[in-house]
Structures are given as C-alpha cells and as structure tokens.
Write a protein that binds this ligand. Sequence first.
Ligand code: C2E
Ligand code: CA
Ligand code: CA
Length: 371
Amino acid sequence: LLLHQVANRLKACITEQDIIARLGGDEFTLILQNVTDLERAAKVANSVQHALLTSIQVKKETVYVTASIGITLYPEHGKTVEELVKRADQAMYLSKKKGRNRYEFFSYSIEEKATEKRKLIEEIKLGLKENQFELYYQPIFSVDGKSITKAEALIRWNHPQKGLIGPNEFIPMAEKNGLISDIGRWVKSQAIQDCTLFNKISKRLIQVSVNTSPLEIDRSGEWVEQWIQASKQFNLPEHSVLIEVTENTLMGTDSEIKRQLRRLSEFQIDVAIDDFGVGYSSLAYLQRLDIDILKIDRSFIKDIEKNDNSIALVRAIITMAHNLNVEVVAEGVEKQEQYMLLKQMQCDYIQGYYFSKPVSKKVFVSEFIEE
Ligand code: C2E
Ligand code: CA
Ligand code: CA
C-alpha cells in the first residue's frame, strides 16, 4: 500500500514522456527524457524529495518516508542500460551513506572507490590467510604508575605493499563485509597465546584486553561459546582476558546479549565498556550487565587539565563506577597534568602515550615484563 502511494507521488514529479518503474524492493527508477544537464536532473530530484515530505496514510498508520537518490546522465555515465542503472545505484548508495534523504550524481571517483573497496576486501582475506596481521600491545598501568596489570591488544596489518596499517583503515570495512568475525577469531586465538606467554614470562597475571566489534557478537551465542571453548583449551587462568565492548553493543541490550555477557563472567572472563561517554552512556548498564571495567573515552581526558566541565564529568563517572563496584581506566592520557588529576580523582588505571604507545609484542615483553 505504501509503495502504491509513493509511486503516485513520484508520478506527479515527471512529465508524460518520462518513465517510472519499480525495480524491486523499495527502489524506483525514473527515466527522464530530454534532460541533458545536471541542473535539470537536480530539479526533478528536489521535487521528488518534496513530494515525499508530507506523511502517508497506510490504513491506520501514519508513515514518513524519504528518498535517497542517485543520478546518472546518458551518455556521459554510460551507454547501456546496465551501466546507467549500476552507476545510478552506486550514486544512490553514496547518498544513503551521506545521511539519506538527498541526491548524488554518479562520478567516476565513486566507481574508483568501489573498486578500491573490493580490492581491500580481497586483500584482507589474503592477509588473514598469509598471516599479515599482528597484535600490538599498549600497557595499562595501575594508578601508582609503577605496575602493569593489563595490556590492550591492538591489531595492526603488515601490508606487503603499503606497510604497517592501523585498524581504523580496515576494521570498518571488515565490519561492513562480514569479515570482522574472521578477524575476531584470529585476534582471539593470537591474544590468548600472547597472554599465556606474558603470564609465563612475568610469573604474574597480566590481563590482556581484547577489542570486539558489536557485529561479532551474534545472537546465536556462537561468539561467546568460542571464547569459552578457547579459554578451556588453553587453560587460561581466571581473569586473564578482558573483553572490551562498546556501548553500541549494549544499546537496547536484549536479554540475549545480557545472557552471553553473563556466560563470560561465569568463566571468569572480564568485560569492559570501551569508549565510555561518547555513546549512550547509561550507567545502568554497569549494574545490569556485570561490567568489570569502564574505560573513559579519550575525548574526556584530552582537555581535562584545562576544562572544568571535563573534570566534573570524569570525577562523576569515577565516583559512580566505584559505587557500583566497577573499576575505571582512563584512556588517552598524554600529559603529566592529566595523570596527576586522574590520580587525585582515584582513577584505577591509566593508559596512554604518557606511559607508552602501543608496541609490538617483542618490545612489550622486553620493555615491560622481563625483569
Ligand atoms: P580503541 O579501542 O579506543 O583503542 C585505543 C586507540 O587509541 C588505539 O588506536 C591507541 O593506539 C590509541 N591511543 C592510545 N593511547 C593514546 C594516547 O595517549 N593518545 C592518542 N591520541 N591515542 C592513543 P589504534 O590502535 O589505532 O586503534 C583504533 C581502534 O581500532 C581501537 O580504538 C579499536 O576500536 C579498534 N581496534 C583495534 N584493534 C582491534 C581488534 O583487534 N578488533 C576490533 N574489532 N577492533 C580493534
Ligand atoms: Ca579499546
Ligand atoms: Ca577506547
């Protein structure tokens, strides 16, 4: 019923010589005659957006819809139907990505980017096969600044051509393409092996902190079972792994995720909320979900020595966390003043360039855990 009404509104935007068709799903195609310049096409796109502004009544429901539009011109952007439709599609995805309810023209750079993305995906697959990934470790110090009790595992990619690549350049792409689970499995097994090594060398517990993407945690519970399996297989000492989840993972927390996190704590695998403060930041999570550690996002620490509001916020977070029996890590501590303030506020752990950048496993072992 909704598609019918949308089609009617679209019809009102075109002339009699033009064609409107529904290609499938919620996608429509408008083929405009005698439109030779971008400006005219943009006008029609505008009128389409306008036509959808008012609500649509479907039975008893009031529905609002918007259009994300991609535009191609014949013959500049293709000479065949297939080419024109495919490229309009790419432009449409760009307008979705830029926030929807807008239009974008096709450009060849869009296509180049799409090709680059496909290449990157193939390269990630190959990289996993050929062992091009590596875990770096950043020490997390107790607030006394002397002892290291934890280290965060941060993935790096030794790309055969491009050199060392940081996670921000491939994790988001891996998340979009289902590769994140493969990466996550690799990280899990590497982190567990490294953790075993650290504990052996240091003869004490160094908790390895592992990042997870919300997309890794499946509703079926496979992810959590794999962690449990692996920790049994390697005979991991209790509390030797800390899993960092973001607030996105916890958002809306259906009971399934909650159950899975509880499974982890049954096996003495700890859970931290990463980047606390930038997302939905509900302190209720801390209580409801058996969270062990809260990591205050770097953005609050960045100007803490200059900004009274940041001080107030960080102090409040620490106090509340402590009242709920949750310990606090401050991330991104770069300056001594920041460290001093955090110490005063009784933050439990400090992580940041002030103490150390993330370093390779080898350096981590020789600088931080060997006597
Ligand atoms: P994150 O979990 O917030 O990790 C902390 C990031 O802040 C790291 O960047 C670290 O190098 C950087 N950092 C640490 N101390 C400081 C500081 O004092 N100042 C500044 N400016 N930066 C600091 P990195 O290694 O580039 O990682 C970026 C993000 O990639 C991580 O953010 C995490 O979300 C993601 N990531 C890293 N490894 C993995 C992984 O194995 N799996 C998944 N799913 N995500 C990962
Ligand atoms: Ca993290
Ligand atoms: Ca973080």
